[in-house]
Design a binder for this molecule. Structure first.
Ligand code: PLP
Length: 394
């Protein structure tokens, strides 16, 4: 049979139907799955046959379709769904590293990942060597030691929107016989395919674009069959951050429209970025789809679109940022991204509130920086809302 293309997989992948017939994947809200006989129980535990399930902490028929479908969309062999993106990242690090081991990671990573690597893994005796300029390949090479277990990168990064050269990092990882782990949350496989560029393991916060409407905390690891089997039988079994069947079902529904949404998100974000870049009250705009962005060429080479995350810096200070946030009527003020509604975040008063002015500057997050996750509303309405808010500044 002809191999299905992306959008067909998003609708039909890994689901052949059940009796009685259903159009969508049913929710199997069942924690255990009675065995027909002793042999079937033994086969289920040995994972000897496809389609036999044991216990909800590590397998479930609804979650199984989600796992197979996202694996197909990423072009990977298998996947393991988790209760959150952080759970996915933790399972991978826990599995690949023991006390005394090291990770080499870009420092442009999601805040939760940074805390896990810096504080959480330190408790387990695992050390992270940070790369401050992810495109500096020599820095990566120098940071690798005999104790390194994997390289880690997030591209584009949240919230700094740094673009890393995934192909170059994959080549370096291969030369040094190390796996490259890529956080593909911001692009999703609709816009970026890290496996095609040589990555070995992909992690996602499925809570963002895969879920798409801010309903379901969720994550997933995609990788080789052996890795996924070992994760399922090992850390998923004894740590237990499993995805609920209901959240898997919501993800399957949302993913039917993934590529349509990512295309629209990218188009509207570019339109907004261009508007903001030309506005007299705005000092700078950070969006990889703008030619002014340092990662513009790289983004064009490895992404089909630049997704919906962008940030901008006002010419005015903290008070102006507050005024803008409070003058917006349509954009939702929340600390989330990747949803159908446009979301505005003010890092200095929320996610990064614990940092003082000097630390904020060092982190590249000034007090007058505003982050936006551009939604699926009519792009004219999105632009109009910020336009009227900017007009309220003195
Ligand atoms: C949100 C996010 C995470 C963490 O995911 P949760 O589902 O919130 O646990 C990891 N990586 C990136 C890039 C994110 O944006």
């Amino acid at each position: 049979m002809k191999e299905w293309k992306f959008d067909t997989i998003a609708l039909h992948g890994a689901f052949q139907g059940v009796k009685p017939n259903t159009m969508t994947v049913p929710i199997y809200q069942s924690l255990a799955y009675p065995f027909a006989d002793v042999q079937q129980g033994a086969d289920a535990y040995a994972a000897a046959r496809e389609g036999l399930f044991c216990y909800g902490r590590w397998d479930n028929p609804t979650v199984d379709v989600f796992e197979k479908r996202i694996a197909m969309l990423e072009g990977g062999e298998a996947a393991l769904a988790t209760s959150s993106g952080m759970a996915a990242i933790h399972l991978v690090t826990h599995h690949l590293c023991a006390a005394g081991d090291e990770i080499v990671s870009s420092n442009r990573v999601y805040g939760g990942t940074f805390v896990l690597y810096e504080a959480g893994l330190a408790k387990a005796g695992i050390k992270v060597r940070w790369i401050t300029e992810p495109t500096d390949l020599q820095a990566w090479e120098k940071a690798i030691t005999p104790r390194t277990r994997f390289l880690y990168v997030e591209s584009p990064s949240n919230p700094s929107l740094n673009i890393a050269d995934i192909r170059a990092l994959a080549k370096l990882a291969k030369d040094r016989k190390l796996p490259l782990v890529v956080d593909n949350t911001i692009c999703t496989p609709a816009l970026q395919k890290p496996f095609e560029m040589g990555a070995d393991i992909i992690v996602h916060s499925a809570s963002k674009y895969l879920s798409g409407n801010a309903t379901s905390l969720s994550g997933v690891v995609v990788g080789g069959k052996d890795l996924i089997r070992d994760l399922r039988k090992g850390p998923m079994r004894y740590l237990g951050p499993a995805l609920s069947p209901f959240n898997a079902w919501l993800l399957l529904l949302s993913m039917e429209t993934l590529s349509l949404r990512m295309e629209r998100h990218s188009q509207s974000a570019l339109a907004l970025a261009k508007f903001l870049e030309s506005h007299p009250r705005i000092a700078s705009v950070n969006y990889p789809g703008l030619e002014s962005h340092p990662g513009y060429d790289l983004a064009r080479k490895q992404m089909k679109g630049c997704s919906s995350l962008l940030s901008f810096v006002l010419k005015g200070g903290y008070d102006d940022a507050v005024k803008i946030i409070e003058s917006l009527g349509l954009w939702v003020h929340a600390t989330h991204l990747g949803a159908s509604r446009t979301i505005v975040t003010h890092p200095a008063s929320t996610t990064h509130v614990s940092l003082g002015p000097e630390e904020l500057k060092k982190a590249g997050i000034p007090a007058n920086l505003i982050r936006v996750s551009v939604g699926l509303e009519d792009p004219e309405d999105i632009v109009h809302d910020i336009d009227q808010a900017l007009a309220k500044l003195k």
